[in-house]
Design a protein around this ligand. Structure first.
Ligand code: FAD
Length: 357
């Protein structure tokens, strides 16, 4: 790492969180490095569908006001497309097929909640022979090609000599992370941990109320039988490009990301369930990742209470594409100019006064 008068920030991890933060810091003219080995290191962003959908889960929960979050995320992704000259965001309608009348009632309730509803209840589209006698919720949504975003960002970082292609080892940090942190003897302005589920393995942030779930998904050949739409019937079917579609995901207890036959069979059954007549299915790949979330429903975005130069940005759960872009902007501005972060993100409340759990 070359020495400058102002030390650089060090971002650990280059999935969705680390990549967004790198762009945020760059926009503010700050110096930084990103360390991530790439390769086979687990990266949830490479397994995700990248759905940009405010209304998730059987209860159609959404951060309110949902349309404001959605518009802000769309603007952010469009800017990133320009920066990276890569198409990333595909907007469209997500058809959430009702499995029972309770789901329909919950969707109905959501349509009355917002000033400009992004959701309406209607009959399922006729193009594919979908199993939806009770109709569906048509949601204004999008899909972000997260692997393309991570790859394009990695290329940009490599070209600008800001990528360190190895695994960060906490033992390389000077123990005194309070005032003048150092990494391998080089001063750094702050360290920001964006290591996805791996952040929990490190003693600093282990005590946080992590909620981890393991997920598997299938990358399918996009045959005509799958139809042209983004669909959901408990699980999501999402076109990625002309050739491929993503279907997933399973929700299982936390373990390192692995793919197995049980997961594949569960997904195939769920996929057939979306249609009146089972389509021709060809699997190209099976992927797996860990969703790292916060049991309290917030993301983790802030400094350790007793190591103020040590930050965590993660816990994005299943809504990273929606909530991470504005959080990355806020964190970059906080790091560079000291702009306060929202109090609700403060990590201090998760620790006792001495910084211990
Ligand atoms: C199956 C599945 C489907 C999903 N679908 C969606 C969806 O449709 N929409 C949505 O918004 N979200 C979805 N998510 C959630 C989404 O993937 C996450 O919110 C987001 O990608 C997490 O990004 P992250 O950067 O925090 O972590 P990650 O993407 O896991 O990135 C962590 C990075 O840290 C690096 N790293 C780890 N250890 C080290 C180390 N010691 N040194 C250096 N680097 C290290 C890894 O190499 C990796 O690149 C899904 C998740 C899964 C598993």
């Amino acid at each position: 790492m070359t020495m400058r008068s102002t030390p650089p920030f060090l971002i650990v991890g280059q999935g969705l969180a680390g990549s967004l933060l790198a762009h945020g810091l760059d926009r503010l003219g700050a110096d930084f490095r990103v360390i991530d080995p790439g390769g086979a290191t687990p990266c949830a962003s490479r397994a995700a569908a990248g759905l940009l959908n405010p209304y998730t889960g059987p209860r159609y929960k959404a951060p309110q006001p949902a349309e404001v979050w959605f518009r802000a995320a769309v603007r952010h992704w469009r800017l990133l497309e320009q920066r990276l000259t890569t198409p990333l965001l595909h907007l469209g309608t997500l058809y959430r097929l009702f499995r029972d009348s309770q789901e329909r009632d919950r969707a109905m309730a959501r349509t009355r909640e917002t000033v400009r509803p992004q959701i309406r209840v209607q009959a399922a589209p006729a193009a594919a022979r979908l199993r939806a006698p009770l109709g569906c919720a048509a949601v204004e949504a999008g899909q972000v090609d997260l692997p393309a975003f991570v790859d394009a960002t990695r290329h940009w970082l490599r070209q600008s000599d800001r990528l360190i292609e190895e695994a960060f080892n906490p033992e390389d940090m000077d123990a005194d992370t309070t005032a003048r942190p150092q990494w391998r003897g080089h001063p750094i302005r702050a360290l920001v941990l964006c290591a996805g589920h791996r952040a929990r393995d490190w003693p600093w942030f282990h005590p946080l109320p992590w909620r981890m779930s393991h997920g598997q998904a299938l990358i399918l050949e996009r045959t005509t039988g799958l139809g042209p739409h983004m669909l959901s019937r408990g699980k999501n079917l999402v076109p990625i490009d002309e050739q491929r579609a993503w279907f997933g995901a399973t929700y299982d207890r936390y373990s390192e990301p692995t793919r197995d036959e049980g997961g594949r069979n569960q997904l195939l059954e769920a996929l057939r369930d979306c249609f009146e007549t089972a389509p021709d299915i060809r699997i190209l790949e099976q992927v797996a990742g860990v969703r790292a979330g916060n049991r309290e429903g917030l993301l983790f975005c802030g400094a350790h209470p007793t190591h103020p130069r040590l930050y965590l940005f993660g816990g994005l759960g299943s809504r990273g594409t929606l909530i991470a872009p504005p959080a990355a902007t806020a964190l970059a501005s906080h790091l560079v100019s000291g702009t306060p972060l929202p109090r609700r993100w403060s990590l201090a409340g998760y620790f006792a006064g001495d910084g211990k759990p």
